[in-house]
Ligand binder design. Structure first.
Ligand SMILES: *[C@@H]1O[C@H](CO)[C@@H](O)[C@H](O)[C@H]1NC(C)=O
Ligand SMILES: *[C@@H]1O[C@H](CO)[C@@H](O)[C@H](O)[C@H]1NC(C)=O
Ligand SMILES: *[C@@H]1O[C@H](CO)[C@@H](O)[C@H](O)[C@H]1NC(C)=O
Ligand SMILES: *[C@@H]1O[C@H](CO)[C@@H](O)[C@H](O)[C@H]1NC(C)=O
Ligand SMILES: *[C@@H]1O[C@H](CO)[C@@H](O)[C@H](O)[C@H]1NC(C)=O
Ligand SMILES: *[C@@H]1O[C@H](CO)[C@@H](O)[C@H](O)[C@H]1NC(C)=O
Ligand SMILES: *[C@@H]1O[C@H](CO)[C@@H](O)[C@H](O)[C@H]1NC(C)=O
Ligand SMILES: *[C@@H]1O[C@H](CO)[C@@H](O)[C@H](O)[C@H]1NC(C)=O
Ligand SMILES: CC(=O)N[C@H]1CO[C@H](CO)[C@@H](O)[C@@H]1O
Length: 422
């Protein structure tokens, strides 16, 4: 009896001291998507998107003007000395999506890099995650032996910009627990193969400055001039909090990846304004995850890409690598790449993550350090080494944006070829 009572008191105390959800409600923009199958075509899926937790105000419980994120390493010295005190003292509020550059309409998602404010512009660089129909958890896409398609309009994404659509092996709940009751509903739990260090890991104060590593499948990192399709595998399953050498370039995740960028592979007239895939206009991007036995129980053996524009299917660029023609990502291409992809598990490990389920992420961003040259300049693309400078982009192209729409996933061949939708 006493023990039961004591347990109840402890539970109540924990509830009362857990990081709370603030009084400003979070209203997720709805984004219509489709789940497809060979037998039934495509069926509407009522999903929505949530901005990353870092875009949500985190402030003192009871006083919205006292921030919990204004101190050293992104969290307040007084309120966030420990994980527990941070959770106890701070609340997360909802945000206005339009003022963060995020707009949806039916099946369309529009992301803007800049937001007009007080006569000037400021960078907002939104990153959003797809939520399931409950709106409480992430949608876990299981894409092994499946394909995913989306339409993209990126004619205003100039050199130096990146409109990205990708998958990371985040937790379905965003790491919801007693120190993080908000969870996926407030965009917690981000991780990727670069092992980023942020103020939070799974929504809990990152007091040891760890990195958040997980398998990442970059379906689309592109602007109007260059495009890359890149799996990045890690030798861990789900989010791994790295420390020291584990976070480095020889650590648990392959930071460079085994990529397919047509320009980098020598096909310089394939993708861009007025090229085979014409980035002046909207087009459909299809990515297929083929296994060695053509079932979801097999090992990922190939990642295929094709495009559809003006009603015509456009096969992927065919490049010559070490004397053979290559139009997809397979073990041979990855064995030739200099990265540590193979050592950290390669396609097989990427396939395991795709089988377990990954979260769909959309973002728009720029790059003050490298001007995105790894994507679109030098050997990678036609842009010169300075035009991707964010200061130039902000001054000359403040309207730069990307629109993703018509997002569908399901059986190979079911998402793009004149299939009826209902
Ligand atoms: C999706 O939303 C529409 C309109 O709100 C509703 O009619 C439909 O039943 C929903 N579909 C599912 C699968 O929940
Ligand atoms: C909230 O914090 C601000 C800044 O420290 C302070 O000026 C104000 O009095 C506080 N408001 C309340 C209601 O405590
Ligand atoms: C901030 O960084 C300092 C020094 O690295 C560390 O001692 C402290 O625990 C960190 N605090 C938080 C909340 O991350
Ligand atoms: C993952 O890679 C790291 C760095 O190479 C290594 O130290 C670790 O043992 C590997 N872990 C597994 C499970 O293979
Ligand atoms: C693309 O072609 C159109 C006409 O088809 C032309 O007006 C435009 O200048 C071309 N754009 C570029 C960047 O070459
Ligand atoms: C997948 O690869 C493992 C070895 O890594 C092998 O044992 C297994 O038979 C393969 N599965 C299929 C379906 O090829
Ligand atoms: C990868 O694709 C190339 C080009 O089609 C082919 O020559 C090669 O044999 C493939 N490698 C594997 C391991 O299937
Ligand atoms: C890079 O391209 C921009 C825009 O086309 C041009 O203004 C600039 O002079 C170029 N810089 C160099 C170093 O070629
Ligand atoms: C990640 C990054 O470098 N973002 C930059 C984007 O550009 C704005 C200015 O336009 C910078 O303030 C950001 O730091």
């Amino acid at each position: 009896m006493t023990r039961v009572l004591l347990a109840a008191v402890v539970a109540l105390t924990q509830l009362a001291t857990a990081q709370r959800i603030g009084s400003i409600p979070e209203i997720h923009p709805q984004l219509q998507t489709w789940k497809c199958s060979s037998q039934n075509g495509c069926i509407k899926h009522n999903s929505s998107v949530v901005l990353d937790a870092l875009s949500h105000p985190l402030h003192a419980a009871g006083n919205a003007s006292v921030s919990c994120t204004d101190g050293q390493n992104g969290s307040s010295k007084e309120l966030c000395v420990t994980k527990e005190s941070c959770a106890k003292n701070c609340v997360l509020d909802g945000v206005d999506y339009a003022s963060h550059g995020v707009h949806t309409a039916a099946d369309r998602l529009i992301l803007h890099q800049y937001q007009k404010s007080n006569g000037g512009v400021s960078a907002v660089s939104p990153r959003v995650y797809l939520l399931d129909e409950s709106g409480k958890n992430y949608d876990m896409l299981q894409l092994l032996n499946q394909e995913i398609s989306f339409d993209v309009e990126l004619s205003s994404l100039v050199c130096g910009m990146n409109g990205a659509l990708y998958l990371s092996e985040m937790l379905q709940s965003g790491g919801r627990n007693k120190l993080n009751p908000a969870g996926a509903q407030y965009g917690t739990g981000y991780c990727d193969a670069q092992c980023p260090t942020s103020s939070w890991i799974n929504g809990v104060a990152n007091t040891e400055s760890l990195g958040a590593c997980c398998n990442e499948m970059d379906l689309w990192e592109s602007n109007a001039r260059a495009t890359a399709l890149t799996p990045h595998s890690c030798n861990t399953t789900r989010l791994y909090a790295c420390k020291g050498d584990d976070c480095g370039s020889n650590g648990v995740c392959d930071k460079s990846g085994c990529g397919f960028n047509p320009y980098a592979l020598g096909e310089k007239d394939y993708y861009g304004y007025n090229m085979t895939v014409d980035t002046n206009k909207r087009f459909t991007v299809v990515t297929q995850f083929i296994t060695d036995d053509h079932t979801a129980g097999g090992n990922l053996s190939e990642i295929r890409r094709l495009y559809v524009q003006n009603g015509k299917v456009i096969q992927n660029a065919v490049a010559e690598v070490s004397g053979s023609e290559v139009d997809s990502i397979n073990e041979s291409l990855c064995a030739n790449s200099a990265s540590s992809f193979q050592r950290l598990g390669g396609l097989k490990q990427m396939g395991n993550a795709l089988r377990r389920g990954m979260v769909l992420i959309f973002s728009i961003w720029n790059d003050s350090d490298q001007f995105m040259s790894w994507l679109d300049s030098g050997d990678a693309g036609p842009c010169n080494s300075t035009e991707g400078n964010p200061d130039l982009i902000q001054a000359q192209h403040p309207e730069t944006s990307v629109t993703f729409s018509n997002i569908r996933w399901g059986d190979i061949g079911s998402t793009y070829s004149h299939k009826k939708t209902r």
